[in-house]
Design a protein around this ligand. Structure first.
Ligand SMILES: Nc1ncnc2c1ncn2[C@@H]1O[C@H](COP(=O)(O)OP(=O)(O)OP(=O)(O)O)[C@@H](O)[C@H]1O
Length: 254
C-alpha cells in the first residue's frame, strides 16, 4: 500500500508586502508522493505562498512572514535555519526555464558538487541518473559538455527539473512550470511530474485548470490571500463544496 505521510505543513502563514497582507493565515499540509496544485485568480497569492515554502520571499525587500512551516520537525521560518540547506531540501522550478550559463553536465553537477561531492565518477552517475529521470538523457547524452542554452525551451525546463532533483530534495515547488512552453513540451513536463511524484512531494502553481486536473492529487483554491477550499482534485473539479470554487472552475470569474 502506498502509505501517505505529511511532508510539509504550513500553519497560520501570513505574508506581508509592507502593509499589504498578501497571504492571510493559511494552513495547508502537503503529503509525500503527491502533487498538490495551487489555483486561483491572478493576484490571489499563489506564487507568494509557494515562494514562502522555501523562503524565497526572503530575497524580496520589505517582505514579512508570520506563522510556521514544518519540514522534518523543524520550523523553517525559525531564525538560524540555513536557507541554502533548506533549498536543497525544498527545490524550486520557475515559470521561465533558467539554466545556468554552463554546460548541460555542469547544470546538474553544480549542486551536488557545492554540497561536497567531488568524485567525478559519482558526479557522472548523478548527471546521468537525473537526466534519465527527467527523460532528457537520450536527447543530451552526446552533448553533455555543450551549453545548456542551446537546448530548446522545453528541454531547458526539463534540465531545470533535473537540476532540482540532483541535490535529493524532499519537496519540489513549481511555479507555472509549463506556461512558457509549447503543447508538446507541456505534455512532456506533465509526464515528468507524474513520474517524479513517486519520489517527491510536489507543489505546483498553475493557471491552467486542465493541467491542475491532469497532474494533481489535491488542489487548493486560493482567493484574496486565503484558501477557500482544499480537497482531492477530482472533488474540487466535479463537486466543490464552496460556491466561490464552483464559480472559479466553471469560468464565472478569474
Ligand atoms: N514584490 C511584491 N511587492 C509588492 N506586492 C507584491 C509583490 N509580489 C506580489 N505582490 C502582491 O501580492 C498579491 C499576491 O501576488 P501573487 O503574485 O502571489 O499572486 P498570484 O496568485 O501568484 O498571481 P498571478 O497568478 O498573477 O501570478 C498581489 O496583490 C500582488 O500585487
Amino acid at each position: 500500500m502506498n502509505v501517505k505521510e505529511k511532508e510539509l505543513s504550513a500553519k497560520q502563514l501570513s505574508v506581508f508586502y509592507g502593509e499589504k497582507e498578501a497571504i492571510k493565515g493559511v494552513s495547508l499540509d502537503f503529503e509525500a508522493r503527491e502533487v498538490t496544485a495551487l489555483i486561483g485568480p491572478s493576484g490571489c497569492g499563489k506564487s507568494t505562498f509557494l515562494r514562502s515554502l522555501n523562503r524565497m520571499n526572503d530575497t524580496i525587500g520589505g517582505v514579512r512572514t508570520t506563522g510556521e512551516i514544518w519540514l522534518d520537525g523543524i520550523n523553517i521560518n525559525d531564525t538560524g535555519v540555513d536557507v541554502v540547506l533548506l533549498r536543497q531540501r525544498i527545490g524550486m522550478v520557475w515559470q521561465r526555464p533558467n539554466p545556468f550559463h554552463k554546460s548541460i553536465y555542469e547544470n546538474i553537477a553544480f549542486g551536488p558538487r557545492y554540497h561536497g561531492i567531488k568524485n567525478k565518477k559519482v558526479l557522472d552517475e548523478i548527471v546521468e541518473d537525473c537526466l534519465r529521470k527527467a527523460a532528457l538523457w537520450e536527447e543530451t547524452k552526446d552533448r553533455l559538455h555543450q551549453s545548456a542554452l542551446a537546448l530548446s525551451g522545453g528541454q531547458q525546463q526539463r534540465l531545470c527539473i533535473a537540476r532540482s532533483i540532483a541535490v535529493k530534495p524532499k519537496v519540489i515547488l513549481m511555479d507555472e512550470p509549463a506556461s512558457a512552453l509549447d503543447p508538446v513540451s507541456t505534455s512532456k513536463v506533465e509526464e515528468l511530474i507524474a513520474e517524479l511524484k513517486r519520489d517527491y512531494c510536489i507543489v505546483i502553481v498553475t493557471h491552467n485548470m486542465h493541467q491542475a486536473a491532469r497532474v494533481s492529487d489535491k488542489t487548493a483554491f486560493f482567493y484574496m490571500g486565503k484558501v477557500v477550499e482544499f480537497d482531492e482534485t477530482h472533488k474540487i473539479f466535479t463537486n466543490p463544496a464552496e460556491k466561490q470554487t464552483d464559480d472559479y472552475i466553471s469560468g464565472r470569474f478569474g
